[in-house]
Design a protein around this ligand. Structure first.
Ligand SMILES: [Zn+2]
Length: 180
C-alpha cells in the first residue's frame, strides 16, 4: 500500500494523467469539481463488484465493468466493445483494499456452505464449483494485481491509455499507484 499516491489537488495528479479522462475521473471523485454534461463515454472504468464502492462521476461519463477484483480477463469482449464501438481511449482500472478476491481459499468452506444453504446446491457441485473457479478469480494482492492487469491490458490494447488506481474503503477516495 506504500506505492499509493493520494490526490487532494489537481497538481497531485501524475502529469501523464492530468488533463486526460482519467485525470478528470480523479477530479470528479476526489476533488468534487463541478459536473460537466457528457453526450458520450469518456473512458472505461474497470472496478470490483464490491458493494462498499461508489464513484462520484457525472451521467454518461464512463462505461463501467464491474468484476471481482477489477479482473477484466473474463470481460474482454466488453472491453473491446467499449473501445471499438464506444470509442473510449482510456481505461481506469480500480482495485481496492480488503478485496474479497484475495486469499479465496480462506473462504472456501464459507463459499460452499453458502451455496448449499442460500442457493440450494448439492454439496459436491458446490465444492467442484469453488475448486474450478477460485484459481481463475484469485488475485493474490490487490495492488500487485491491478498493476499486472494494467500491464496486460496495455499489451492487448496498445493504443489505449491504461491507468491503475486504488480505492480505499476507509475514506472512499481514489489513489494513484506508483509503477516501476
Ligand atoms: Zn473486491
Amino acid at each position: 500500500m506504500n506505492r499509493l499516491v493520494s490526490v487532494s489537488s489537481k497538481e497531485d495528479i501524475f502529469p501523464e494523467n492530468r488533463n486526460t479522462s482519467v485525470g478528470l475521473l480523479l477530479e470528479y471523485h476526489n476533488l468534487n469539481i463541478e459536473y460537466e454534461p457528457y453526450a458520450q463515454a469518456q473512458l472505461l472504468i474497470g472496478m470490483c463488484m464490491d458493494n462498499r464502492k461508489h464513484l462520484h462521476i457525472p451521467d454518461n461519463f464512463a462505461f463501467i465493468i464491474r468484476a471481482g477484483g477489477a479482473n477484466l480477463r473474463y470481460s474482454e469482449f466488453k472491453v473491446s466493445y467499449a473501445i471499438a464501438v464506444g470509442g473510449v481511449k482510456s481505461i481506469a482500472l480500480i482495485g481496492h483494499n480488503q478485496c474479497g478476491m484475495v486469499n479465496l481459499v480462506a473462504r472456501k468452506e464459507l463459499f460452499i456452505k453458502g451455496l448449499i444453504e442460500n442457493a440450494g446446491w448439492e454439496p459436491e457441485l458446490a465444492e467442484q464449483h469453488f475448486m474450478n473457479f477460485a484459481p481463475m478469480f484469485e488475485i493474490g494482492n490487490e495492488v500487485d494485481f491491478v498493476l499486472s492487469e494494467a500491464k496486460r491490458l496495455r499489451l492487448r490494447y496498445p493504443k489505449i491509455q491504461v491507468v491503475p488506481l486504488m480505492y480505499k474503503v476507509e475514506d472512499n477516495l481514489l489513489y494513484q499507484v506508483k509503477e516501476d
